[in-house]
Ligand binder design. Structure first.
Ligand SMILES: [Zn+2]
Ligand SMILES: [Zn+2]
Length: 278
């Protein structure tokens, strides 16, 4: 299993000199599962991924966690969607494909009046790729080659799902957009979901001191993510969905503080371009 971060930022892309180390693109990850390319989320990071895939992108699987803007905004700029050579099988979040379609221009007639919808000038039907919903990639459990994938509902406004990917090399859990209660232990079903994973990637958008004013926004503070990792006995923890207001230096300070409390558990902040091998 090879996992690459193409976007680690939460909420909105923040390019610029302050985000060169950890990256400014919003959520997108690429997995190579025994040669099958799988993409999780279509934030702005999916645009450079599309460039890297080149003119023969082949068959791709796109798994969505949910439909918030920062997780789909890159899809209209994903070059393979315009390629006759591409097949994009969409799975994961149950309303994923209709959600992507709604971003594109369409005209509906209501009574006598044509009404324009969408947030992008191209019609979805004008995308050349074969883009289809694949029911074999529905939650809560499915397989891609030798890899077993399970999902869990997350604590997030309008919902979201987390993924656990398990294969011959080990287990990786990816949980973005999830609010843990800083005043309570992590939910037992979530601890079980993460149990013994070699790698846990978890939302750590906020500082513990920020949570009082951000309850109900659907994101965690890093100390709660660390407590979940410790309770689940994972091998390594990476923070993701970095706050757009937190520059590289501020993220380095978060990692330093987290390491001081981690009791030897390896902790880092996910960086755009970083590759994990299992
Ligand atoms: Zn998000
Ligand atoms: Zn969200």
């Amino acid at each position: 299993m090879r996992f690459t971060f193409w976007g680690t930022r939460g909420s909105i892309p923040v390019p610029g000199p302050g985000t060169l180390r950890y990256g400014g693109n919003s959520t997108c990850c690429e997995l190579d599962l025994d040669g099958q390319r799988v993409i999780i989320d279509a934030g702005s990071g999916i645009r450079p991924l599309g460039q890297a895939l080149g003119p023969q992108p082949g068959e791709l699987i796109l798994l969505l966690t949910h439909l918030h803007w920062d997780h789909v905004m890159g899809f209209p700029f994903f070059a393979p969607a315009y390629s006759h050579q591409a097949v994009i099988r969409v799975g994961g979040w149950p309303r994923g494909l209709p959600g992507l379609e709604q971003m594109f221009h369409s005209v509906h007639v209501q009574g006598y009046f044509p009404i324009d919808f969408g947030y992008f000038p191209i019609d979805f039907k004008d995308l050349h790729a074969d883009i289809l919903r694949d029911p074999s990639l529905d939650p809560p459990r499915f397989a891609i080659g030798r890899h077993q994938i399970t999902t869990i509902p997350l604590n997030h406004p309008q919902g979201a799902i987390g993924y656990r990917l398990e294969g011959p090399g080990g287990a990786l859990v990816f949980i973005t957009d999830n609010e843990l209660d800083p005043l309570a232990p992590a939910p037992p079903e979530l601890v079980e979901f993460c149990r013994g994973a070699d790698i846990l990637i978890h939302d750590a958008q906020f500082l513990p001191s920020e949570m009082a004013l951000r309850r109900g926004w659907g994101h965690s503070d890093w100390a709660s993510a660390l407590r979940l990792a410790q309770a689940a006995g994972v091998g390594r923890l990476l923070f993701t969905h970095h706050d757009p207001g937190r520059d590289d230096q501020a993220l380095e300070r978060v990692v330093e503080q987290a390491r001081a409390q981690a009791g030897g558990l390896p902790v880092e902040a996910a960086a755009e371009g970083q590759v994990l091998e299992l």
